[in-house]
Design a protein around this ligand. Structure first.
Ligand code: NDP
Length: 269
């Protein structure tokens, strides 16, 4: 198994003077992105749903990197609340220059057993929540006539493929997979509409990443999945940060409407 490069932790583009909102920024992939942004000098607003330690996590990230980093409790599925909280962030910490729409949830259950509640649980966060956050950020920028806003959405390689847990046996998360396919298309649509305001919208598509979302996976399934990745392992959360920071930055000024996969080569199969 290949070892994880520590060098990725030191990856940095200068974000001094920038203010970025990260939804789901207190845990997993989002936390790693918040840390990388703070390490690069950005002020970071961490959106969380309910984790008790989120305020502390944000304070620690801020202290360790000598930047302002603050947690805001906000359910991204509530459009009005998102609008209000984003305005508050813009007033307190802004002007906001970037958004990472990362919060997401999964329901793993055979398709024959899925319910309307399962659908709502997944789609109101993964699709509607992403849209709510993206629109609230875009509205701030359009109102302020700010040019150069960048949105990066955390999609998934499962926007493209149905993972197999064993030969011919799919991992049972059809709402999750289809929600990520929706997000993939949403990325293109918003990028196309908002290009007129110089707002860029892109997505990253992670493969398997070691977070709470994957920690409950049975060992046999996990080993089977890792064996399907050309690099032979799941990613560490911080390995999702470089592509995200690049897309948020002005270096990516001609990149929009794309989904970039960070999957250890899995989609090559
Ligand atoms: P985690 O389960 O570790 O964390 C989820 C985060 O989303 C938490 O910060 C949580 O807040 C937040 N969140 C969930 N629902 C809401 C909501 N309604 N409003 C606001 N915040 C919410 O997730 P990961 O880090 O694993 O995943 C992050 C993103 O990456 C997701 O979109 C996921 O689908 C995607 N992804 C993950 C992969 C993986 O293998 N882990 C692979 C491919 C894509 P709180 O802590 O308060 O609950």
């Amino acid at each position: 198994m290949a070892s994880v490069s520590k060098a990725a932790k030191g990856f940095s583009i200068d974000f001094s003077g920038k203010c970025v909102i990260v939804t789901g920024g207190n845990r997993g992939i989002g936390r790693a992105i918040s840390e990388a942004l703070a390490g690069a000098g950005a002020r970071v607003a961490v959106i969380y749903r309910g984790s008790k330690d989120a305020v502390q996590v944000a304070e620690t990230i801020g202290k360790e990197n000598n930047v302002k980093c603050k947690a805001f409790k906000c359910d991204v599925s509530d459009a009005e609340l998102v609008k209000k909280v984003f305005k508050q962030i813009n007033d307190e910490m802004g002007p906001v220059t970037g958004l990472v729409a990362n919060a997401g949830v999964s329901v793993v259950k055979p398709a024959l057993e899925l319910t309307k509640e399962d659908f709502d649980k997944v789609y109101t966060v993964n699709v509607l929540g992403v849209f709510n956050a993206a629109r609230a950020a875009a509205k701030l920028w359009v109102d302020a006539k700010y040019q150069g806003g960048s949105i990066v959405i955390t999609s998934s390689m499962s926007s493209q493929i149905i993972n197999q847990v064993a030969s011919g046996k799919p991992l049972t998360q059809v709402f999750y997979n289809s929600s990520k396919a929706a997000v993939s298309n949403l990325t293109k649509g918003m990028a196309s509409e908002w290009a007129q305001y110089a707002i860029r919208v892109n997505a990253i598509g992670p493969g398997y990443v070691e977070t709470d979302q994957t920690s409950g996976m049975e060992k046999s399934i996990r080993d089977h999945q890792a064996a399907q990745v050309p690099l032979g392992r799941f990613a560490k959360p911080h390995e999702m940060a470089p592509q995200t920071l690049l897309l948020l930055s002005d270096y990516a000024s001609y990149m929009t409407g794309q989904e970039y996969f960070v999957d250890g080569g899995q989609l090559v199969f």
